[in-house]
Write a protein that binds this ligand. Structure first.
Ligand code: IPM
Ligand code: MG
Length: 355
């Protein structure tokens, strides 16, 4: 098949990790005779430096034209003074809104070979296979913001249709898995959460009779993620709760650097990015873990291009490389030298060639 893939490397470690993911996609293209065209665009701080905008018009056009977009990371100290007129992160939010990718799928799966990299006890990690679905284009991220010298405001708004569409996506995906959804809110305090919960109760009863539904307050959910992670199947929640809970959940898998994500809307087009940030402290040193981005490329093949076998080939290769002892510093085995970003990419590529 032929596909146009937008590559937005972004800031910090973004260029290093996306370079490895592009090599992996090229190898898959060659191996399976697909014509992937890669087109690069600017986003975040790199875009601010070049154009003054964090999401320039060229990038907006690329996002509209591409079958899928792969993004590294945005942000860094250079652009983050509290008074900065434009921020790299705003470019990412504008892009998510422009692409209307309202559901962010963040799978959290543990593997025995990475148990030692997690701060949690192995018995808490066994059998964890969670799909977190984070609402991505609404809530407090997108509400009215105001600041004066003495006060600041961030408004959180959700409409019924915004809640329904992401709950529906979660319900559909859960029906293909273990048929359980945990809806996370803060209904004891927030009006938006009370609407969220009542929509969830109604919609799941009406449209998904075979689904087991649980409602949790976000503070309790944060605790249950550590105490009984293997009980969860699909977790669906609003934008900010999903942001926070997935950083927490990444510790189950051993490292924030392992987690991929897919942002989807109503069509096939999607935005794919690791859940980690730009990690300016290690940028340019070849230390970053490219697995989250490479696994995001696998999700791209699965969700936007319908290439399930190819997606699985990448996932198998990543796991095989890790099991073979190839580890970047964040997941290194004590006593073994960590490998570089490039070497991690090489280890995965060699398994794609032979697997
Ligand atoms: C994420 C990131 C972003 C978010 C930042 C960089 C704006 O933390 O994708 O999880 O909060 O959505
Ligand atoms: Mg985050």
């Amino acid at each position: 098949m032929a596909a146009l893939i937008g590559i937005l490397a972004g800031d910090g470690i973004g260029p290093e990790v996306t370079a490895e993911a592009v090599r992996v996609l090229q190898a898959i293209g060659t191996r399976h005779s697909h014509k992937f065209e890669f087109r690069e665009g600017l986003i975040g701080g790199a875009a601010i430096d070049a154009t003054g905008s964090a999401f320039p018009a060229d990038t907006r056009q690329l996002c509209a034209a591409a079958d899928a977009v792969l993004l590294g990371a945005v942000g860094g100290p250079k652009w983050s003074s509290p008074d900065a007129p434009v921020r790299p992160e705003q470019g990412l939010l504008d892009m998510r809104a422009a692409m209307a990718v309202y559901a962010n799928l963040r799978p959290v799966v543990t593997h025995p070979s990475l148990y030692a990299s997690s701060p949690l006890k192995p018995e808490r990690l066994a059998g964890v296979d969670i799909l977190v679905i984070r609402e991505l284009t609404g809530g407090i991220y997108f509400g009215r913001k105001e600041r004066t010298d003495t006060s600041a405001t961030d408004v959180c708004t959700y409409s019924r249709p915004e809640i329904e569409r992401v709950l529906r996506m979660a319900g559909r995906l859960a029906m293909q898995r273990r048929r359980k959804v945990t809806s996370v809110d803060k209904a004891n305090v927030l009006e938006t959460s009370r609407l969220w919960r009542s929509v969830a109760v109604e919609l799941y009863a009406r449209e998904f009779p075979g689904l087991q539904v649980e409602h949790l307050l976000v503070d309790a959910a944060a605790m249950h993620l550590l105490s009984r992670a293997s009980d969860f199947d699909v977790i669906v929640t609003e934008n900010m709760f999903g942001d926070i809970l997935t950083d927490e959940a990444s510790m189950l898998t051993g490292s924030l650097g392992m987690l991929p994500s897919a942002a989807l809307g109503d069509g096939k087009q999607g935005l794919y990015e690791p859940i980690h940030g730009s990690a300016p402290d290690i940028a340019g040193q070849g230390k970053a873990n490219p697995c989250g981005t490479i696994l995001s490329a696998a999700m791209l093949l699965r969700h936007s291009l319908g290439l399930e076998a190819e997606a699985q080939r990448i996932e198998t290769a990543v796991l095989a490389a890790i099991e073979g002892g190839q580890r970047t510093a964040d997941i290194a085995v004590p006593g073994h030298a960590p490998v570089s970003t490039r070497a991690m990419g090489d280890a995965i590529l060699s398994r794609i060639a032979t697997g």
